[in-house]
Design a protein around this ligand. Sequence first.
Ligand code: UGA
Length: 427
Amino acid sequence: MSRAPVGVIGTGYVGLVTAAGFAELGSEVWCVDVDEAKIAALRAGQIPIHEPGLEEVVAEQRDRLHFSTDLGPALEHARLLLVAVGTPPTYSGDADLSAVLAVVDSLPASDRHALVMKSTVPVGTGTTVRRLLADQGKGELAYVSCPEFLREGSALRDFRHPDRVVIGDDGGWAGDAVAELYAPLGAPAIRTDVSSAEMVKLASNAFLATKISFINEIANVCEETGADVVEVARGMGLDGRIGSSFLHAGLGFGGSCFPKDVSALKQLAGNSGYHFQLLGAVIEVNELQKRRVVAKLEKHLGHLVGRRIALLGVAFKPDTDDMREASSLVLSARLLAEGARVHAYDPVAEERARELMPGVEFSQTALDALAGADAAVLVTEWPELVGLDWSRAAEAMGGSLVVDGRNALDPGAVRAAGLTYEGIGRP
Ligand code: UGA
């Protein structure tokens, strides 16, 4: 059976992965982006982001994937227009909806098209967009909220195996068409209204971020009391009501989603007169968590003036080159402010990181970054860094302190190399 063609507006992480995923399921996909250079690169088979497997799928599906800066072909061939444009935070903590609104403005009146919102937007955006469409004489365009839950680094896997597909609409043809589009993935479909669908997304991200800040606070108490947060999380996680995922203590959460979405939900509540106290604490704990490493280094090294610190990994998490809200940004700036010399290594994110981390020296290998270092901090748990040969690291280093900012190393292996191991919330 032939699959419905789709339009995808915005070819960032979400848009490109979604486009590749639907092409793989058999749809012709018409991708649109305002960035001419990006479209030219995609037409030439170049993928502008690091996402495991994506390049291969885009290459395999090149006959089904069409790229253009013009909305025309997408409108001609597809009824469902999936919107996956950026909604970055503004200075006030609200989401910047200008890219979404530009898409709305660019659409013609039509009773055969639907706008399917994949971008993360504040609750109420669907209502605003439908009002705008009506004001512009385009009220016949259907609107569906279908938030995205994929994670960077495992985005294709998440597309192929979603835990659920959330579809919010007001009962026309488009909600059923979106359900049909996702049906081959076999995930439970949550059919609901637009505002509830929008809230499912924000509340899910805020809850996961809360889990992380919670376990980070438990880790900090473990440090005071001699318990090991890794054991504590293992014991907690087996309780089916709690679950073991997102209970990994570390340097805090980063990325383009959690920090932005937690602030956006807090701001959304504030705008309507409700003070969301819990989320204020989630954000504050996350900020402090990145900075606590400096105190750990000082505990062992005394002052940091002139000390050489090696940062192992700088991306906000492994398997991505994304530096948005990476813990390394705050950590490196704090270390430089304390007078330390900061050397960093990341297998993929160096190019993006260089611009954002002035004053940091980048090395081509982990061992080069470690050369002469008084201390090493594991910031991003890339497999290459987790599997480092600690005897060779010990030979390269000038000092002996290893701070495991992700609790990802084997403390025994680090200690066996004659190094001092400090985790997060571990004795
Ligand atoms: C997150 C959500 O997991 C996705 O479901 C959602 O679609 C996405 O945001 C989004 O809204 O677009 P992502 O930001 O790609 O995905 O990455 P995660 O794997 O969720 O990690 C986020 C941050 O939390 C990372 O900095 C990671 O190191 C940190 N983290 C995660 C922890 O510190 N501890 C954990 O136990 C888990």
